[in-house]
Design a protein around this ligand. Structure first.
Ligand code: V1S
Ligand code: CA
Ligand code: ZN
Length: 406
């Protein structure tokens, strides 16, 4: 009816838990989990659920997260909330992770770069612990679908948090679900290629595998001075010369493409297809993880690139055309309506569907996503096909207005 079809010749699985939408990083914080509400509504509004197997994610386990992260850090994340934070900060096991104070620091930092001060990059907020283990659970379930051969492309738009370190949160990222996914993939695949089109450098993933020749990391990012003040664009790493840890087997298995602000579609396509194509040729990966951070789009609140949803999607199409097991993850993206448009468009690309420039008027109820997953995976039952009543971007804008209360 809406023309959405299952792809021929490959299977796509989609992993999500609507609970992540309720989270709130703070009034002025750019990370808005409700961008995932918009994304979900667009995906369901277009009927793309009929083209994939959809799973409701469950939380990752402590032991799963400890496969990369330090045990004390994982314990802290499990217990932390705005209420428990002050007490946890006094426990000797955690005080070691409190950074020294510098003159003029605007935000007060607690253990692991976490903070309850307003304006912090990695705030402690209500429901945070549930949120972290849920987005990680969704990535691990997606990974499991891939490694077990149940699908060829697995998607988790709530994942892709590439800055988190072994024992430290960084840049809105607390658990590095990407590193956990790749570690799991290495049990099955000989070589994994990680590609990162978020406008920021994928430093956490690069660092985790800097000694590892079975993982090649390739990040495209804004690099250089942020503005006239001379401050560097976050996180300030990812120089062309950084190619993996020198003197280890991982040397030459990290690639960085530093880019100045304002890059357009044509220039990005030239860089992306040239470098990615050559990397695939040389590395011959068995599987690919693509972090699809949407802050590389023009008009992003934090990003400084000038690329369109069309080109962002063409990066996904280019990688998909390699016909290797593919894990698609989200990441940054701070102009919510564009994030939703991009990730919905890319869900269509993954499932070989073309979206008309319209969103069906009827937006399915959120309950449609209920079910179990991760370990005890169950597909949610197909629900009635949607009416073809059309609406245009106005409806997306209406949702933006309703959700954009802070
Ligand atoms: N750019 C940027 C930016 N903006 C903020 C911010 C603004 C308001 C707040 F209430 C809280 C934070 N932080 C930053 C960056 C971090 C960007 C993270 C991108 C994440 C990703 O898209 O790659 C993946 C999800 N942080 C900084 O620039 C660091 C500071 C240097 C400035 C901001 N203060 C709060 C900390 C130090
Ligand atoms: Ca990047
Ligand atoms: Zn980013």
């Amino acid at each position: 009816e809406n023309g959405i079809q299952r792809p021929k010749g490959h299977k796509v699985s989609f992993h999500y838990n609507s609970h992540v939408e309720d989270m709130h990083f703070g009034k002025t914080h750019p990370m808005k989990p409700w961008r995932l509400t918009l994304t979900k509504h667009l995906v369901l509004g277009h009927g793309l659920q009929y083209a994939m197997d959809t799973y409701e994610a469950v939380s990752a386990g402590t032991d799963e997260v400890r496969k990369f992260h330090a045990p004390d850090y994982v314990d802290f994340l499990r217990q932390v909330s705005p209420k428990t934070f002050p007490e946890l900060c006094k426990i000797p096991r955690f005080t070691r992770a409190i950074p020294p104070k510098h003159e003029g620091d605007s935000v007060e930092l607690g253990p692991y770069n976490l903070s309850t001060s307003p304006g912090a990059d990695c705030p402690v907020f209500d429901g945070m612990s549930e949120y972290l283990f849920l987005y990680t659970g969704a990535t691990l379930a997606a990974t499991h679908q891939l490694t077990s051969g149940a699908c060829n492309i697995a998607i988790n738009w709530s994942g892709g948090l590439h800055h988190a370190h072994k024992a430290e949160a960084s840049g809105f990222c607390y658990i590095n679900d990407i590193v956990l996914a790749i570690l799991d993939m290495l049990r099955v695949y000989a070589r994994v290629l990680y590609i990162d089109i978020d406008v920021h450098h994928g430093d956490g993933v690069e660092e985790a595998f800097q000694r590892q020749p079975r993982v090649m990391t390739l990040s495209y990012h804004r690099y250089g001075p942020y503005d006239e003040t001379g401050h560097k664009f976050f996180p300030g790493t990812g120089d062309l010369e950084d190619i993996g840890l020198k003197g280890t087997p991982g040397e030459h298995f990290a690639l960085n493409v530093p880019i100045p602000s304002g890059i357009d579609d044509r220039q990005y396509k030239f860089l992306f297809e040239g470098v990615t194509g050559r990397a695939i040729e040389a590395f011959n990966p068995s599987a690919i993880v693509l972090q699809c951070g949407a802050d590389s789009l023009g008009g992003d609140r934090l990003g400084q690139f000038n690329i369109n949803i069309k080109q962002h999607g063409e990066c996904v199409a280019f990688v998909k055309n390699q016909h290797l097991p593919l894990l698609l993850l989200g990441g940054g993206g701070y102009t919510a309506r564009n994030v939703a448009r991009a990730w919905c468009h890319e869900t269509a690309i993954a499932t070989d569907n073309k979206l008309v420039d319209k969103v069906p008027y009827f937006v399915p109820r959120i309950e449609a996503f209920k079910g179990r997953a991760h370990g005890d995976e169950k597909m949610y039952p197909s629900f009635e096909r949607l009416h073809k009543n059309e609406c245009k971007d106005a409806d997306l804008e209406y949702m933006v207005k309703k959700l954009e209360h802070d």
